[in-house]
Ligand binder design. Structure first.
Ligand code: GDG
Length: 460
């Protein structure tokens, strides 16, 4: 069997179950996938050094070998905080109003991708399969080719692919997309993002796309398909059954004192639609005064990307908005929103999901959204809760039995909460069963197999 070399911006060593901290979706999914493979996870250590040395630090943790490098502060500013998080992240989430185009970001992005290529290339053996992850590393494949790597290399994008008309607002968009053609397989979360990519290839590059997923541009052919990421279902079931989860579930249930919990769990990010969610919930309270005091919204939102100003702004505005709603509606013995800016361990989260009657997951745009799947996996099969899910999350294409809503519409959010509260148990069970089947079958192992099989099948 070939080894698997995974390359992503950050390498998160697997943490023992239940340990705290806000691991991102990518980290959670990849540590699970790598546990099964012999191989190596390569990326940035998260640390900086005054001058780039290319020294590699090797480690082995829980069956996963990792190799990390340090970057210079300027690299982090231009590549990570700059091009990745100030340019590509907003643009790929359809927020061209927030995207910043600064020439130094673009050159820093290229430079760091070259640094990744130079340092990882000597670690790659002839039979290895190489799997590159996410928007931080789009040009890495072509730079590895320049370093003489002939292995099969795949790329998976965890976030949406924007419509061609938006993508063309990016200076040098063609160069970026052309660099993707150096890969053998390109994976997207959903058919929708895949279609946007195909559309760009046809409109802007004059390529064409076969029905079997092969994309042709000039003399280059690449396989592009949708591989929706899943959760580690078995691991999550164990977390749900753990004493830690039981304790967390009881803690929340006791503090709820007979009231229904509506839960939201999201990194503090503008793509997650938190302000719109709070406004939708406020609308619900306004329109349904008989429900006040009978439920509350528990919003867990661990901070992310503190270095980028937009995140400071969103934090301030959410502090203010939640404070205002609480000020307007709170009673001496009831607060409508419990807004928590800290991360919890996986067992705690599993217990909180289990205790919540409703999950309100309303991103404005999301590649997939693993929280929605975790919520489904955590439910009691005999008395499951209800998932309200944004139709603009990739997960909505798989979880069709959720109450799908428009996250921009306060009325729609409010109506969905009302519908969820009134839903009979039989309907809850029927919807949950259909969703749980997808979450269980199309888990992270299935996802990894689909992608790696496609990569193995591809021939250079
Ligand atoms: C990107 C894409 C795509 C959150 N708070 C805590 C915590 N989390 C965990 C959740 C979940 C993960 O982080 C978040 O995953 P999402 O999928 O919801 O979102 P992103 O971080 O934006 O991930 C996304 C994903 O990549 C995978 O491809 O689905 O669309 O944007 O697992 O549980 N975990 C712990 N404590 C917390 O407080 N332990």
């Amino acid at each position: 069997m070939s080894r698997l070399i995974v390359i992503s911006n950050r390498v998160a060593a697997p943490t023992p179950q239940g340990e705290g901290g806000a691991q991102g979706g990518l980290a959670v999914a990849l540590s699970a996938a790598l546990r099964e493979y012999q191989g190596l996870w390569f990326g940035w250590s998260g640390k900086t050094v005054e001058e780039f040395t290319g020294d590699i630090e090797f480690a082995r943790h829980d069956g996963v070998s990792s190799a990390t490098i340090d970057l210079e502060p300027q690299d982090v500013d231009e590549y990570y905080n700059g091009y990745a998080n100030r340019t590509l992240w907003p643009l790929f989430h359809y927020r061209i109003d927030l995207a910043e185009y600064d020439r130094s970001f673009g050159s820093g992005y290229e430079r760091v991708n070259e640094r990744f290529a130079e340092t990882v290339a000597p670690l790659i053996e002839p039979d290895d399969l190489v799997w590159v992850h996410d928007y931080h590393l789009i040009p890495l494949g072509s730079q590895l080719r320049e370093s003489g790597i002939r292995n099969r290399i795949g790329f998976f994008l965890h976030i949406p692919w924007p419509p061609a008309r938006l993508l063309t607002s990016l200076p040098a968009h063609e160069r970026l997309v052309l660099s993707l053609l150096a890969y053998d397989v390109i994976g997207f979360q959903t058919a929708e993002w895949l279609e946007s990519f195909q559309n760009y290839v046809e409109r802007e590059l004059g390529g064409h796309c076969d029905a079997d997923g092969t994309i042709h541009v000039g003399d280059r052919s690449v396989h592009a398909a949708a591989y929706p990421i899943g959760i580690d279902y078995k691991e999550f079931q164990q977390a749900v059954a753990s004493p830690g989860a039981h304790e967390a579930c009881s803690r929340l249930t006791e503090s709820a004192a007979g009231r229904h919990t509506i839960i939201g769990v999201d990194r503090l990010d503008y793509s997650k639609g938190l302000a719109e969610r709070f406004e939708g919930y406020r609308r619900f309270l306004e329109d349904n005064d008989h429900c006040r005091g009978k439920l509350f919204l528990l919003q867990i939102a661990p901070p992310s990307r503190g270095e980028v100003d937009t995140y400071e702004t969103i934090r301030e505005s959410l502090d203010e908005l939640s404070g205002r709603i609480n000020g307007e509606y709170a009673e001496v013995d009831w607060v409508p929103i419990r807004y928590v800016n800290q991360g919890y361990g996986r067992e705690d989260l599993a217990g909180f999901y289990r205790a919540a009657k409703i999950a309100l997951i309303t991103p404005l745009r999301d590649g997939m959204n693993l929280v929605a799947k975790e919520y489904v996996a955590a439910q009691d099969p005999d008395d499951p809760g209800i998932l309200i899910l944004s139709r603009f999350a990739g997960a909505a294409l798989q979880l069709k039995e959720a109450l799908l809503c428009n996250p921009y519409s306060k009325e729609d959010i409010s109506d969905s909460i009302r519908r969820a509260l009134a839903m009979p148990k039989e309907e809850r069970i029927r919807r949950w069963r259909a969703m749980n089947e997808v979450v269980e079958k199309q888990d992270v192992v299935w996802w990894r197999k689909c992608f790696v099989d496609a990569l193995e099948r591809s021939r250079r």
